[in-house]
Ligand binder design. Structure first.
Ligand SMILES: Cc1cc2nc3c(=O)[nH]c(=O)nc-3n(C[C@H](O)[C@H](O)[C@H](O)COP(=O)(O)OP(=O)(O)OC[C@H]3O[C@@H](n4cnc5c(N)ncnc54)[C@H](O)[C@@H]3O)c2cc1C
Ligand SMILES: C[S@@+](CC[C@H](N)C(=O)[O-])C[C@H]1O[C@@H](n2cnc3c(N)ncnc32)[C@H](O)[C@@H]1O
Length: 654
């Protein structure tokens, strides 16, 4: 079998796609839509179940083999036609060989009746890279979590409760590697009690395997000429919970109101993710506007610092990049963002070796290695080396994304409002300002970076401030040749509004935000390293650092460089509840976690918040709403705020 990471297709005389990798059809040659509706929609009684969803209710579908997305689109169409207006559909699908967007467009053109839905899928079908990818439709009413990779690799890290399965994935005879007991065990682990299952196959070993995993299976007549297919129902036991400190806290029932403190990218995205789920959110910000601090630069890079070893951070960055990238078309192209590509230069031997490993570990849709002359042709200026091109990446104007997120229905932005104190009282979090009560709600999210250390329950968090400064370089006729964003130790962007953003310095000690000439100087040195030619085009030698325009702000970082996203326990009570771990770190006591009920964090995005914070908001909403997590379980745990409490207990450093 080919090792291409994409679907390799042939097209028959009727314009139907065929998989070269599997030698099988994507859907039945006569009436593919009819078969899908019979096998998967009716097979799971979806029309009735969608119609019966309660207000604010949700149904979660799981699928093996996303293919052309036709099953997804049919389910979404039916959902639109039958579900109550405020119900939500969550669709999780796995795909080993995603179609290119050109092939997807061609395949979906077969179904004109699905056009209103396929147009939306096509518009979002960008940066579909390996691992977990989240796509949001209809203002959040329909969410697709696409797991790109083999089912047997992608399902084990998934944390979800699936209500209905579409067991697709080419005929068992053509794809024996997928239809295995390991797959059936995963389907059982992920099933909600009573989950249903539909599949087009009636193969005996599939039936026996599913029964062994806990499904009650029966055969029913197939569609058209097909004699039999199968339907099933999960009757096994629910899977074991995670360790109590990473388990889902009790879900706040009914009252979907939250206060979010901080209107940078983390707070605005959190407010938007909750509002998309029907929450009423008060977004509290001390300045006159959103994005006045860390998220206030004129241009920020969608910069992917990756590891070839699949570390949690690297997985978070690939998934987060895709999510932020898919949000950008909501903003004005050219003005607020530009997917001009990001070129990471191989500026020394160590970086070149690292880049070579990355080029081998990731598909060319995400990144590809360029020689120096190729890189220069892409960049439009002379460079000192080749590098890695991330063709879908680019820059954005972070305040524009913050404004768009904060303007979603259901969000009330309260500016000029500085939270001084937070307190749980009578089932509500109360947020107080100097003038008195600012806001209250059952759920409170802290998205105010290192200022969260000013609140008593979170004063212990291991967060640090790092000052950074960007320089604004006036564009020149010669600098307009720059076509792509260039990164080495620093970065420089093609011009926006006649200025190039050049960044960024790191200062661990400074505690004032006045832009300094010394840091402009160090930024100009970074520019020289990126491209001496571009520095000349910008006449950098004659720029005066004492008069250069710029902007400084703080980054908020954690000791392991991962953000803090999710619920939080009460620090003292945690130490007491799990003191036994000090003697044996492998213990799994069943003492419930002493949560700070209703308190959640979205903090610590360091120097990559544009990539990580919007997806972190989806993760936070998934914790709160008991939804499928948008990241592998291990990545969500690596970002869990309780990890530091756990480390303290185990190391005895409380
Ligand atoms: C110079 C520089 C360059 C950067 N370049 C990039 C880049 O190219 N790409 C990238 O991905 N990332 C970059 N970053 C990092 C990125 O900007 C941050 O990760 C991101 O902005 C963090 O967002 P945030 O919402 O967590 O914090 P912030 O944007 O700082 O938001 C916190 C908000 O909370 C508010 N607040 C605080 N306390 C209170 C209170 N008590 N009451 C009410 N409101 C409060 C603040 O006013 C602020 O609006 C850069 C950072 C800097 C400093
Ligand atoms: C019959 S097609 C699915 C049709 C699809 N549901 C649709 O609506 O177009 C089967 C899909 O399963 C995918 N697939 C096959 N084996 C897989 C595996 N082991 N892991 C993940 N995906 C797999 C194939 O790449 C293909 O896209």
């Amino acid at each position: 079998m080919s090792d291409s990471p994409y679907a390799e297709l042939d097209w028959d005389e009727h314009g139907q796609p065929l998989s070269r990798q599997f030698g099988d059809v994507y859907f039945s040659r006569n009436d593919g839509l009819g078969e899908t509706r019979h096998v998967f929609l009716q097979g799971n009684a979806l029309a009735e179940r969608f119609a019966a969803l309660p207000a604010g209710g949700r149904l979660t579908i799981g699928e093996t083999g996303f293919g052309t997305g036709m099953n997804f689109l049919c389910a979404w169409q039916l959902f639109t036609q039958t579900a109550p207006a405020d119900a939500r559909l969550h669709f999780v699908s796995v795909e080993k060989y995603p179609l290119s967007s050109a092939d997807l467009k061609k395949a979906l053109a077969l179904w004109p009746g699905l056009a209103p839905w396929s147009a939306q899928l096509l518009a979002q079908y960008v940066a579909i890279n390996p691992g977990f990818q989240r796509l949001v439709f209809d203002g959040g009413r329909v969410v697709l979590t696409l797991l790109v990779g083999d089912v047997l690799e992608q399902l084990p890290p998934l944390e979800a409760r699936i209500d209905a399965w579409f067991l697709d994935g080419f005929a068992p005879a053509k794809n024996p590697a997928m239809w295995t007991p390991e797959l059936f065990t995963e389907l059982a682990r992920l099933s909600a009690p009573g989950a249903t299952l539909g599949t087009f196959t009636a193969a005996g070993f599939v039936r026996r395997g599913l029964i062994a995993a806990g499904f009650a299976m029966h055969r029913v007549p197939g569609y058209g000429h097909k004699r039999e297919i199968m339907r099933g129902r999960f009757e096994g036991q629910p899977a074991a919970e995670a360790a109590p400190w990473y388990a889902r806290p009790p879900r706040p029932h009914g009252d979907r109101r939250a206060v979010v403190i901080g209107a940078g990218i983390a707070g605005c995205a959190t407010a938007a993710s909750l509002a998309a789920r029907g929450w009423q959110v008060q977004l509290v910000e001390r300045h006159a506007e959103v994005a006045r601090e860390g998220s206030g630069n004129p241009q920020g890079v969608l910069y992917l610092k990756l590891s070839a070893h699949g570390t949690p951070l690297s997985q978070l960055v690939v998934a987060g990049f895709g999510h932020t990238r898919r949000l950008l078309p909501n903003l004005r192209p050219g003005e607020d963002w530009d997917a001009c590509g990001v070129l990471q230069l191989g500026f020394d031997a160590k970086e070149q070796a690292r880049q070579q490993q990355l080029a081998e570990a990731f598909p060319p849709s995400l990144l590809r290695a360029l020689t120096q002359s190729e890189a220069e042709a892409v960049a439009g200026v002379n460079l000192g080396s080749g590098g890695l091109l991330f063709p879908d990446a680019g820059w954005l104007h972070p305040p524009a994304l913050c404004r768009w997120l904060a303007s979603q229905p259901g969000i009330e932005l309260k500016t000029h409002s500085e939270a001084l104190e937070i307190q749980r009282h009578d089932g509500q979090w109360q947020v107080r300002a100097a003038s008195g009560l600012l806001a209250q709600a059952p759920v409170l999210v802290l998205a105010n970076a290192t200022d969260s250390l000013a609140f008593a329950p979170t004063a212990w968090l291991p967060l640090k401030r790092i000052r950074g400064q960007i320089s604004r370089l006036p564009a020149t006729p010669a600098s307009s040749a720059l076509r792509t964003l260039l990164c080495a130790e620093g970065y420089v962007a093609p011009a926006r509004h006649g200025e190039h953003t050049l960044g960024a310095s790191f200062d661990f000690k400074a505690c004032d935000l006045e832009p300094s000439a010394a840091e402009h100087r160090s930024n100009l040195a970074l520019l020289e390293e990126i491209s001496a030619d571009l520095a000349t085009r910008l006449d950098a030698a004659h720029l005066d650092p004492t008069t250069l325009q710029g902007r400084a702000a703080y980054r908020c970082t954690s000791p392991d460089y991962l953000p803090l996203v999710g619920p939080l326990a009460e620090a003292e009570a945690f130490q007491q509840a799990y003191a036994a771990l000090r003697k044996d770190a492998r213990l799994r006591p069943d003492t419930p976690c002493p949560w700070l009920e209703g308190l959640y964090l979205n903090l610590g995005h360091g120097s990559r918040g544009l990539v990580t914070a919007p997806l972190a908001a989806e993760l936070l909403a998934a914790w709160l709403e008991d939804e499928p997590l948008p990241l592998p379980r291990a990545v969500a745990e690596a970002c869990h705020p309780n990890r530091f409490l756990l480390r303290r207990v185990v190391r005895g450093t409380a």
